[in-house]
Every structure is written in structure tokens, then in C-alpha cells.
Design a protein around this ligand. Structure first.
Ligand code: ADP
Ligand code: MG
Length: 338
């Protein structure tokens, strides 16, 4: 029998990266989530070669104390939770303290940051032992270059530049839809491809899903106890041949959850033909203790404590919103759905 030995730290991170860092778009998601967690109001993304050559995310968030820069790249180090209690109440996107360490293990990464009040910015590269002074007026810049340069087996799974770019663009749209007050720009190979000014839910939804969607959309705003469903859902006249315009969020997090999609589908069952897919941007808000976002590191799946109740709520809420006359007010279902 071979003897047992602990794995080197870098290899541990590279294995973890295999789960979370599937492609440039997954890196982008983690970086933008960090910017949002830092309270950014402006987030600028620059991609080169589909994000494989370079992903640079610049934000105006709170920044990172220069003494903490090495910890930002360390595994299991986070500023977002400190206890199991915090974990059950977590409202930030991140909490594992793993993303930057994983990404840093499979790329050339640098973090440059200047928190409020700091005399100047400091930068840390993942291949250096010490921080160095840098030029930045405020906020944080994270650069991820040459993704998978040191793990060629993973690099082989990357698709064409156009495909990787398209995934990055999808990620931006998902994040932008849920954060309408935050301004975003995205450029690819030095060309600006998306620019979203700060707005509200309505203006951001219209920008992202288009006037045609909006012309057929019903506003959804239904509450029952601690559950609330808001957003926009299109009437069947605007339906799709695929799921490409189904945006579902749980406490601000984009999810692709079978239970939620099924409940929505059921709400459309009587009015939408079997081969067509509804289009919607829906936001479910509930007590964080009622939902486990810890199911998967990429956190696209969630688990509800009361799955049946959630299913019923979504179904009734959406069915009502779709049947309500145009321009009708928010609906309070009170206790009737539970
Ligand atoms: P997590 O987000 O789960 O805490 P990460 O590895 O993504 O883990 O980030 C580690 C830490 O680095 C965060 O907890 C945060 O304190 C800091 N950090 C990362 N990105 C930023 C940013 N853009 N602005 C401010 N702080 C950041
Ligand atoms: Mg994070």
C-alpha cells in the first residue's frame, strides 16, 4: 500500500479551482461578486481573448487594507463571516474565502487596492512574496492573466474566444440585472461591448431584456409573510424557444433551480404552449435562514427548508401577477398561500 501524505497547498488550491473556476466566466463572476460585496457603485471589466489572456475588474468599493492583501489570496480567509451564526445569516455573495486563492493557483493574479484614507495603493502579485506601492486613486483592481497557464489539462477544456466571451457577457448580464443601482462597463479586446448606467429595477430590466420583453411584461410584486416575489414576467405573446430569458434570483443571487423553474412553468401551464418557454426576471426574497446557499461552491443551486411552501408561493404569486390587469398594484397574499 502507498503511504498517506498531505497534499501541497498549491495542489490543494488547484484541485479546489477545478470545482469553482470552470472557465473565464466563473472567474469573472467571483471578481464581480467581490466588488459588489465591497459596496462598489461602479464596476469596470476589461477582457482580452475571451478572458483567457486577461480579466481585469476595477471597482470603487471599500478596498483592502494593505496588511490584509496576503490574506485576500490565502485559502479559507474571509472578511465576510466569522462564525456558524454568521453563515446562517449571510447576505454577502462570498463567505468561503476560497475564490481568490483558487484563481491565484491557476493564473497570474495581482490585487491592487487603496482603501479610504490610505496614503497610496499597494499591489500584491501571486508570484511575489511582498507588496509594492502602486498607482490607484481608490477602490480595488484585480487582474487575472493567463488562466490555466500552469494546468494545461484544464486549459484544453476552454472553448473558442467567442464562446468564452459569450459566457462572460452572460455573467455580467445576470449580475447587472440584480444590481441596477451599480454602473457597469465591459470591454473586450479594447472595445466597449456593454455599458449600463446606474438605474432602477425597471430601467435596468428594460435595458437588459429589451423593449419587446418589456411591452409584454407584467410587474410582479407579491408578498406572503416573509416571502416576497418581485420582478417582471412576460405574457405568453412574448415567449421563447429556450430558457435564455429566465432569470431567477434568491436573495439577490442568480440561481438555476429546478424547483423554482418548475413552479414558474406551472404558473404558465394554462396559457403557454408546451414547446415555448416563458421569459422572466424574478427576485425571491426570504429569510436567509430558510435557504441554504452552501450546496455547491459555484452556488448556482440552493436548498430550501420549506421547499413545498416555496413552490406553492411562486406558483400562486406568478399566476396572480399574470392574470392581473395591467398596471395593477402590489399583491399581498397574506397567510393564504402557506
Ligand atoms: P470571499 O469572497 O468568500 O470572502 P474571496 O477569496 O473571494 O473570498 O476574497 C477574499 C477576501 O478578499 C474577501 O473576504 C474580501 O475581504 C477581500 N476582497 C476580495 N475582492 C475584493 C474587492 N474587490 N474589494 C474589497 N475586498 C475584496
Ligand atoms: Mg468572493
Amino acid at each position: 500500500m502507498p503511504r498517506i501524505h498531505p497534499l501541497p497547498e498549491l495542489l490543494v488550491s488547484q484541485i479546489a479551482a477545478g470545482e469553482v473556476v470552470e472557465r473565464p466566466a466563473s472567474v469573472l463572476k467571483e471578481l464581480v461578486e467581490n466588488s459588489l460585496d465591497a459596496g462598489a457603485t461602479q464596476i469596470d471589466i476589461q477582457l482580452h481573448e475571451g478572458g483567457v489572456r486577461l480579466i481585469r475588474v476595477t471597482d470603487d468599493g471599500v478596498g483592502i487594507d494593505s496588511d490584509d492583501l496576503p490574506l485576500a489570496l490565502a485559502r479559507h480567509a474571509t472578511s465576510k463571516i466569522a462564525s456558524l451564526d454568521d453563515l446562517e445569516r449571510v447576505v454577502s455573495y462570498g463567505f468561503r474565502g476560497e475564490a481568490l486563492a483558487s484563481i491565484a493557483s491557476v493564473s497570474r493574479l495581482s490585487v491592487t487596492s487603496r482603501p479610504q484614507g490610505a496614503a497610496h495603493a499597494m499591489r500584491l502579485r501571486n508570484d511575489a512574496d511582498t507588496t509594492e506601492p502602486a498607482a490607484l486613486s481608490s477602490g480595488t483592481v484585480i487582474e487575472v492573466a493567463d488562466l490555466y497557464f500552469n494546468t494545461p489539462a484544464r486549459r484544453k477544456f476552454l472553448k473558442t474566444e467567442a464562446t468564452e466571451y459569450a459566457h462572460c457577457s452572460d455573467v455580467l448580464q445576470r449580475m447587472a440585472l440584480a444590481n441596477p443601482a451599480v454602473a457597469f462597463t465591459l470591454s473586450h479586446n479594447n472595445t466597449v461591448r456593454h455599458r449600463y448606467g446606474p438605474g432602477d429595477e425597471e430601467s435596468r430590466t428594460r435595458t437588459l431584456l429589451g423593449d419587446d420583453f418589456f411591452a409584454h411584461a407584467r410587474r410582479v410584486d407579491v408578498a406572503a409573510g416573509e416571502l416576497r416575489l418581485t420582478g417582471f414576467a412576460a405574457l405568453p405573446a412574448y415567449s421563447r424557444s429556450g430558457r435564455d430569458e429566465q432569470y431567477f434570483y434568491v436573495n439577490g443571487r442568480f440561481v438555476r433551480d429546478k424547483l423554482l423553474m418548475h413552479a414558474a412553468r406551472e404558473a404558465y401551464a394554462d396559457i403557454l404552449h408546451g414547446t415555448r418557454y416563458p421569459a422572466y426576471a424574478l427576485f425571491l426574497e426570504l429569510d436567509p435562514a430558510e435557504v441554504d446557499v452552501n450546496v455547491h461552491p459555484a452556488k448556482i443551486e440552493v436548498r430550501f427548508r420549506n421547499a413545498r411552501g416555496i413552490h406553492q408561493f411562486i406558483f400562486h404569486a406568478l399566476q396572480r401577477a399574470l392574470a392581473a390587469p395591467i398596471g395593477s398594484q402590489a399583491i399581498d397574499m397574506g397567510a393564504e398561500s402557506s
